[in-house]
Design a protein around this ligand. Structure first.
Ligand code: NAD
Length: 363
């Protein structure tokens, strides 16, 4: 906290719909008088020693402030482009990606009580980026799983469950096929589970969790309710896909927040990408997911102390809980009224009109 009583948080506006959403967040925070001042930085790569890298100023800002809010960063598909998201995760060793997905009160979807928390290993697995062409027409991509990263994310998941009153951790896997890699991920989860006797632990196959009728009727698509009592932890790719599926249950990708948690810094963002398909459209951009990083349980994962196993909540750390509640109430009331909402929720309002409706409620 600075001399002016405000916290400085790095803001990376991002690509596509990112800058517009960032603008909305800034205006809402100002209206709610949240004691945060933004340090806006660009992560557009620059040339350094013949390599393209994230500008030093951006890296230093995140290091200094230890908390950042980030807009989506587009990654062109195909050769020659390293994902900036991956680079940020590696640079700051953001080892856990927390993705809560909670039904939006007042917005009707087939299920009214979705409340899942998914924790995704964020640094390796299928997204290790180790790929090469063996011979013409044959490419090898390496799924790297290490004991250390698996154990670290598992421990984080158990701590998260404990601090949030969730009774169970479920490790989601495909160890029936990937016996060694997912097998080791599971072994690490089992080992860590012994340190948490008050938290139940089980394992389930990814496809059964998504949808399989024989799975006692419990699967995220047909019966998400049982997942409300637990935290799901899994390797990188599975978490990426399963969390998008969960977002679909509550109304879409614009509604879900996420926290990339590291030991020395944490970067918060909405789950969605730069949404190039709606980038030119009016009224289609939903800022809720980016806004909800300060509530919806992501807040508790703002782990800023030296040890990755200690989890401090944003209200203890930054004492912002009262602001989070105020903003949440204003956003949810605006959605429930249904008069001034964006296209993804069936409305016709622009991002600005929707933002202003939330701001009026804050007043
Ligand atoms: P996307 O999340 O951008 O879009 C998927 C769908 O959800 C689209 O139909 C889009 O219109 C909709 N959507 C997303 N955000 C929305 C919002 N706030 N309000 C309303 N609707 C919204 O996924 P994509 O199209 O696969 O990816 C586009 C780009 O974003 C790619 O370059 C990808 O690499 C990147 N991406 C970045 C991140 C990140 O920075 N964390 C995450 C995912 C994708």
């Amino acid at each position: 906290k600075g001399a002016n009583g405000k916290y400085t948080v790095t803001l990376i506006p991002g690509d596509g719909i990112g800058p517009e959403i960032s603008e909305s967040i800034k205006n809402i925070y100002t209206a709610a008088q949240v004691p945060i001042q933004w340090e806006e930085v660009s992560v557009t790569p620059v040339l350094k020693g013949g390599k393209t890298v994230i500008p030093d100023s951006a890296i230093q800002s995140v290091k200094r402030n230890t908390v950042a809010l980030k807009g989506p960063l587009a990654t062109p598909i195909g050769k020659g482009h390293v994902s900036l998201n991956l680079t940020l995760r590696r640079t700051f060793n953001l080892f856990a990606n927390v993705r809560p997905c909670v039904s939006i009160k007042g917005f009707k979807t087939p299920y009214e009580d979705v409340n899942t928390v998914l924790i995704r290993e964020n640094t390796e697995g299928e997204y290790s980026g180790i790929e090469h062409e063996v011979i013409d027409g044959v490419v090898q991509s390496i799924k790297l799983i290490t004991w250390d990263a698996s154990e670290r994310v598992a421990r984080y998941a158990f701590h998260y469950a404990q601090s949030q009153g969730r009774k169970r951790v479920t490790a989601v896997h495909k160890a029936n096929i990937m016996k060694m890699s997912d097998g080791m991920f599971l072994s690490a989860c089992r080992e860590v589970s012994k340190e948490f006797p008050d938290i139940a632990y089980d394992e389930d196959l990814l496809d059964r969790v998504c949808l399989q009728a024989s799975n006692c009727g419990n699967n995220v698509v047909q019966n998400p309710r049982p997942y409300s009592d637990r935290v799901m932890v899994m390797p990188n790719l599975y978490g990426d896909i399963l969390s998008d599926m969960c977002a679909g249950l509550i109304g879409g990708l614009g509604l879900t927040p996420s926290g990339n948690i590291g030991r020395d810094a944490s970067i918060f963002e909405a789950v969605h990408g730069s949404a190039p398909d709606i980038a030119g459209e009016q009224g289609a951009r939903q800022p809720y997911g980016a806004l909800a990083v300060i509530y919806d349980d992501v807040e508790v994962s703002m782990s800023l102390s030296e040890s990755s196993s200690s989890i401090d909540s944003i209200d203890r750390h930054m004492n912002l809980n009262q602001y989070a509640e105020k903003i949440e109430k204003a956003a949810l009331t605006t959605i429930a009224e249904g008069k001034t909402i964006t296209g993804d929720l069936g409305g016709k309002s622009s991002t600005k009109e929707y933002t202003n409706a939330i701001i009026e409620k804050l007043a």
